[in-house]
Design a protein around this ligand. Sequence first.
Ligand SMILES: Nc1nc2c(ncn2[C@@H]2O[C@H](COP(=O)(O)OP(=O)(O)OP(=O)(O)O)[C@@H](O)[C@H]2O)c(=O)[nH]1
Ligand SMILES: [Mg+2]
Length: 301
Amino acid sequence: MNADVVLAAKDGCRRSLARTLSALENNTLDIADALSIIGEVNSDNHHDSTWKIMAITGAPGVGKSCLVDKIISQWASQGKKIALLAVDPSSSRTGGALLGDRVRLSVVDDIMLKDRVYVRSIATRKSSSSVPAVVSDMAKLLLALGWHKIVVETVGAGQSEVRCAAIADIIVVVEGPARGDGIQAEKAGLLELADAVIVNKSDMVGARKHADEIKQSFELGDGQIPPVLLTSAITGDGCQFASDVLLTLQSTGRSSKARWRERLLAGLEQRVLQNPHLDSVLLSLAAGSIELEDALNKLNN
Ligand SMILES: Nc1nc2c(ncn2[C@@H]2O[C@H](COP(=O)(O)OP(=O)(O)OP(=O)(O)O)[C@@H](O)[C@H]2O)c(=O)[nH]1
Ligand SMILES: [Mg+2]
């Protein structure tokens, strides 16, 4: 990749930014090289001791995108520059994004705010890197380019998506109202990672009850209990309060061990995927000439 494109991205050219991020996604640009091209940027990030990368995750359709739209608008109107990385659950079988009909964020059409907001979808099915590694590299690049806060929206279903959340400094889990079949995030293993929980769709019946159930579930465990907030991304109820709470949210001690476990596993996966012998080891496994244990030994160095 041409260094001029990276430098143009640094100068604020959105098209060059998109190309630079694509190059990270396609493995034609290494994050270390990108950072050295950019050099030290003059940003006020150094004075901000709160989180840099926040993940918003939760079951499909709970209203993550609508909520992100509201929250980003609040922060952008306070002068923050926010980049949203929306991880598209893509299928390697169909080769396409499953959710083609993502909601369009109103904040990107807001004349006053759009210069402070950048939105990028990530469908990394073509990449030889693991998805969390790509998301993490993109977030690092955007921070180096002077974006203040990176928000990663990822569906909290499936291991790879959960690991995308684990690259963040703080994780916000979104739930919908009670459906009578328990806490969705708990089933997906997300609650242990949560630094805050938002029960969205508070305009619908069962939201308050569900928030109480989640609080009770936290009280049964040990460690610091994260805030459990109610919002309606449609009416706007609770969104201002949620934005304020999230902006200064600290990671809880109880979530950090779970987060490091996911990061560790993602790192091991990345190491295997980038091993130059992967292809030949897979062929040997398929031919039955080596055992799984041998393959693991070959790849794990
Ligand atoms: N009643 C009500 N509907 C909502 C609320 N927030 C979102 N919705 C609706 O829920 C649907 C899904 O919203 P999205 O924001 O796309 O949900 P999401 O969690 O981002 O969905 P995926 O990205 O597909 O997982 C849309 O039809 C929204 O209009 C809310 O607070 N109340
Ligand atoms: Mg969404």
